[in-house]
Design a protein around this ligand. Structure first.
Ligand SMILES: *[C@@H]1O[C@H](CO)[C@@H](O)[C@H](O)[C@H]1NC(C)=O
Ligand SMILES: [Zn+2]
Ligand SMILES: [Zn+2]
Length: 353
């Protein structure tokens, strides 16, 4: 029994490490901009990079560049694949057990409602123009926000688009366009997040969290019922030395792993995804409430975009170092800030008389 438990623990540890590594890799390369995760992972990368062979480093760098720094739909398919796998597992196995355990149909249908809502918001994120700065729109977009002369200075043109940069805009290297009220380029929706779709992105993040959380809760509830029904908590066994032992939590976990391997695996995945996304969603809610974009958040902390070649930083519109004590000086109150996300200020359209 002891030997068995040891094997199980090793296996479980390998599983946890594998999942964490996958998540770490996704964090390392998604989103392009620094996130708290990527900063942490950068440190790890710096430690392991010297011991990685040069050819491997160069090879992976090239592949990673293609995958993450050019527009491509791979992440959208990956996203749909993961979602499909989770929902297939949920529908085929968990729902059946839940029905046996008298979970109501109403609560079982919530994940599907959330799925529909999330898919709609996902679609909006992908297809909405985030607020591209074009020859036609630039005049109107210049009027929307005043230049603060700290992070954004008047009279600077984008060296690529050759158009004046409106305050709070930034050139997206992946999409090769300037975007009004630029937040970040999101590889998962293959689109920039900017003035016109931050609201969908925010709701989308919250709906994915709700979805993962709800499926995880229903699944955990089902497993709990399964354990209670099996009477395992009261069971006991005879160990190697011939003494009677009560089945502890380790024993129960082992039983669940062996009886419902796919369901337990899915639950583990969902819990990780939930905490990852909840953290990210909270960060974006915070930004929305204080009227900041991720771009401004990084800038105000003096974190320079690590993808820019040194010397090519003209588009960062460097000004005097931002004063930390005045970090939220943009904010005009939480409600007004939120209103601006959900009813973005429209560029004044020039009427041709
Ligand atoms: C948000 O910040 C910008 C700063 O450029 C400001 O012009 C705008 O009025 C602010 N909006 C609110 C609702 O505070
Ligand atoms: Zn540009
Ligand atoms: Zn982009």
């Amino acid at each position: 029994m002891r030997r068995w438990a040891m094997d199980f623990l090793t296996l479980f540890a390998v599983y946890v490490v594998a999942v964490l590594t996958c998540i770490a890799l996704v964090c390392r390369y998604s989103g392009r901009q620094q996130t708290p995760f990527t900063l942490l992972l950068d440190c790890v990368w710096r430690v392991i990079a010297p011991v990685t062979p040069e050819w491997l480093r160069r090879c992976s760098h090239g592949a990673v560049h293609k995958l993450f720094h050019q527009r491509n739909t791979m992440f959208i398919y990956l996203h749909l694949l993961l979602e499909g796998a989770v929902y297939a597992e949920f529908t085929c196995e968990v729902v059946g057990y839940c029905r046996e355990m008298d979970t109501t149909l109403t609560s079982l249908s919530v994940p599907y409602v959330l799925l529909a809502v999330k898919s709609f918001l996902f679609y909006l994120c992908i297809t909405t123009d985030p607020g591209s700065v074009t020859k036609q729109s630039v005049a109107g977009q210049l009027q929307v926000y005043p230049y603060d002369k700290r992070m954004f200075h008047p009279g600077i043109s984008c060296p690529t688009c050759l158009l004046l940069k409106p305050a709070r805009s930034k050139h997206c290297r992946t999409c090769n366009r300037c975007v009004q009220r630029f937040d970040h380029h999101c590889v998962w929706v293959n689109n920039c997040i900017g003035a016109q779709n931050t609201r969908y992105f925010l709701l989308y993040l919250l709906s994915v969290c709700a979805m993962a959380g709800d499926v995880a809760l229903l699944t955990a509830d089902m497993l709990l019922h399964a354990v209670l029904r099996s009477g395992l908590l009261r069971a006991s066994y005879i160990d190697d030395d011939g003494t009677r032992q009560t089945a502890g939590p380790l024993f129960v976990m082992q039983h669940l792993f062996l009886t419902f391997p796919r369901i337990v695996f899915m639950l583990g995945f969902l819990v990780f995804v939930f905490f990852l996304l909840a953290g990210y969603a909270l960060f974006h809610c915070y930004l929305a409430l204080v009227n900041q974009t991720s771009n401004e958040w990084y800038k105000s902390r003096g974190l320079v975009c690590r993808h820019c070649r040194p010397g090519a930083a003209a588009h960062h519109q460097r000004g005097p170092a931002p004063d930390r004590s005045q970090r939220h000086y943009y904010s005009r109150g939480l409600l007004k800030n939120l209103a601006e996300i959900f009813l973005p200020l429209q560029p004044a359209l020039k009427k041709s008389n």
